[in-house]
Design a protein around this ligand. Structure first.
Ligand code: GLN
Length: 310
């Protein structure tokens, strides 16, 4: 932790140069307001000790990072079989919002739960009798994973995405047509849950705390409480390695070699198994939708401390 404390500020400054190569996501209009040059990171150890550098007080929305935690909740609600009846286990190599492979292999069944189509299918599995009850369960579960109270979502980002999500709507209706979303399921209700989970607002510290829980296989090292069964965390971490950085997951596995999940807000949740939880934000994205500064920073940290799990 001490070496990390000394090195981190310099590494953040060096990675900021990379941030200049990226661009803030604009397809959700509200996200375009984020500061492109910002970069922040928090690392938390098992005893709760924290090291931060850069703009760690900047709140940001989880976006695709939320998919890991809704997947975990869906496992707890439905078991492995229930979830894998609706989504597959394979990476696509395509963009996160692609519909290309949806018509191939098993028509309508998304390849994995971390692409948009898969995450929408997963959102439909969250228990609750109304969409607001489902959302409420998600907010409480995310808050618990972050070691605190229920988290909230950013209303402006939620509305902005909901008003412009033509592609996600088309994916969801395609799933409905192929009965991945069953007869009892209202497509707009599922999308509402999905947009709200994506708009959940966090800081680097909260994200790092959520990552710490995964680093310790679902048992919070600070309280000793088991929040998620180990087997489900194991599956989620495997998906993070194979699909967590979209179609740049192979490259990130080679260069950093740690489970991570990114979002189009520029957030990245990463972890070093049995050791650290990490939360990063850097809104400028590269061509594959990952934070350019954030990826560079994680690669730098991982190679300096030999964190790769491989
Ligand atoms: N809400 C975003 C979307 O559905 C999440 C995508 C992402 O972070 N890659 O497009």
């Amino acid at each position: 932790m001490e070496q990390l404390r000394q090195e981190l500020p310099g590494w953040v400054e060096a990675s900021r140069l990379k941030a200049k190569e990226g661009r803030v996501a604009a397809y959700i209009p509200e996200l375009a307001k984020a500061p492109a040059e910002a970069l922040g990171v928090t690392v938390i150890g098992p005893d709760g000790e924290m090291v931060s550098a850069g703009e760690t007080s900047l709140p940001f929305t989880m976006q695709s990072i939320s998919k890991v935690f809704t997947l975990l909740l869906a496992f707890m609600d439905n078991g492995e079989e229930g979830v894998f009846a609706k989504v597959g286990m394979e990476p696509t190599g395509d963009d996160f919002n692609s519909m290309l492979k949806l018509e191939l292999v098993e028509p309508g069944k998304p390849f994995n739960p971390l692409i948009n189509a898969g995450a929408i299918a997963v959102a439909s599995l969250i228990h609750g009798s109304t969409s607001s009850e489902k959302t409420e369960r998600i907010l409480r579960f995310f808050g618990e994973a972050a070691g605190g109270e229920r988290l909230g979502y950013n209303e402006a980002v939620y509305r902005s995405e909901s008003a412009t999500a033509h592609r996600n709507r088309s994916l969801a209706y395609f799933l409905k047509d192929n009965e991945v979303l069953g007869e009892e399921i209202d497509v707009e209700d599922v999308l509402d849950v999905y947009f709200k989970q994506c708009a959940v607002e966090v800081t680097c510290g909260q994200l790092a705390r959520m990552a710490l829980l995964l680093a310790f296989d679902g048992t919070d090292p600070l309280t000793g409480k088991e929040l998620i069964p180990r087997r489900y965390v194991q599956i989620a971490k495997t998906f993070m390695i194979t699909c967590g950085m979209y179609n740049a997951s192979g490259e990130f596995a080679i260069r950093a070699g740690i489970p991570a999940k990114s979002g189009v807000s520029g957030g990245i949740l990463a972890l070093v198994p049995g050791r650290f939880g990490i939360g990063v934000v850097g809104p400028a994205l590269g061509s594959k939708g990952n934070s350019t500064g954030g990826v560079h920073l994680l690669e730098t940290m991982s190679s300096a401390f030999d964190w790769s799990i491989f």
